[in-house]
Ligand binder design. Structure first.
Ligand code: SIN
Length: 302
């Protein structure tokens, strides 16, 4: 386990993009869960009165490890939202109905008779928005006895490990994103009974983002496309776009760029949508899974 005091050979000192969470709060513990991304943070009660130093430490760990996990938290919706607001303004989902009392909260529910789950495929959250959410914070209330894990893939390491020639080709390309494939006719909304969605014509609006985006805090470049919402690449033929994107998705989701989180009630994951894709596995058909999600607004990708 990696702990606070200065002078350690730190996890977060291995590259030019170095952060030092423990300088901000030496009481927390940060344990990486795979080679390139993911860390479990201990010693924090997220419902408590968190100091600026603790928030800075969590933020630094998030930027460095791209997704952070906490165990055994007791969070009311209000406490969950208060934690999220320490990182920025909360967003509401444009197509999925939020909680009746707290519209910023999505009750992410799979019922035993559902045949699809929310987030059940590799995606980056809401890339169909001009300013997609920077972070998502998911809290587990009820999970199946086995299954329902979430996978995460590191889009920076995926980019870094491409050849220089491929990087040159990708830099400057622009992707088209739309909510249509998921929230239009035939999308997720028509298959789930548990979550109410609004199928609106706006779901087919297109936005454009760079295929390679630079993280505004770490300065690292990363791939920024996803199978759920990216519909093509400007200037390429449809079959060319599809072939290139399929290659990039296969590359980005290689096992060595991923980590997998096993949920328990009271677990919380916070991921950086500027750095990862994620995938909610649906391997628990016939069982119930109840989560609560909030998202923090982000900036226009550059
Ligand atoms: C999501 O994509 O936000 C849902 C992830 C999950 O339920 O594991």
């Amino acid at each position: 386990m990696w702990r606070g005091p200065p002078g350690r050979v730190g996890l977060f000192r291995r590259s030019a993009h170095t952060y030092d969470p423990a300088m901000a709060d030496p009481t927390i513990t940060i344990e990486p869960i795979s080679g390139v991304l993911g860390a479990e943070i201990g010693g924090v009660d997220l419902a408590g009165d968190l100091s600026d130093g603790t928030i800075a430490a969590i933020r630094a760990a998030l930027v460095e490890r791209h997704v952070v996990f906490f165990r055994d938290q007791e969070l009311s919706p209000e406490a969950h939202m208060a934690f999220g607001r320490r990182f920025g303004e909360l967003d509401t989902h444009p197509f999925v109905e939020g909680n009746a009392t707290h519209p910023e909260v999505l009750d992410v529910i799979t019922e035993p008779d559902d045949r699809a789950n929310f987030g059940g495929g590799w995606h980056i959250d809401v890339t169909f928005l001009p300013e997609p959410d920077m972070a998502s914070i998911l809290y587990a209330l009820e999970v199946p006895p086995a299954g329902g894990d979430t996978l995460f893939a590191d889009l920076h390491t995926a980019y870094d490990t491409l050849s220089d020639t491929m990087k040159e080709m990708l830099d400057g390309l622009v992707c088209v994103h739309s909510a249509g494939p998921q929230y239009g006719a035939g999308g997720y909304s028509t298959k789930s009974k548990a979550m109410a969605t609004r199928n609106e014509i706006e779901s087919h609006n297109e936005v454009r983002h760079p295929l390679v985006r630079t993280h505004p805090e770490s300065g690292r470049k990363g791939l920024y496309a996803n199978p759920a919402f990216t519909t093509g690449i400007d200037g390429l033929r449809r079959d060319e776009s599809r072939a290139l994107l399929e290659f990039l998705y296969r590359h980005a989701t290689h096992e060595r760029f991923t980590c997998r989180f096993r949920w328990r009630p009271g677990s919380l994951a916070m991921w950086d949508n500027r750095s990862v894709m994620h995938h909610a596995l649906f391997d628990y058909v016939g069982q119930r899974r109840v989560m609560r999600r909030i998202t923090v607004k982000g900036d226009r990708p550059v």
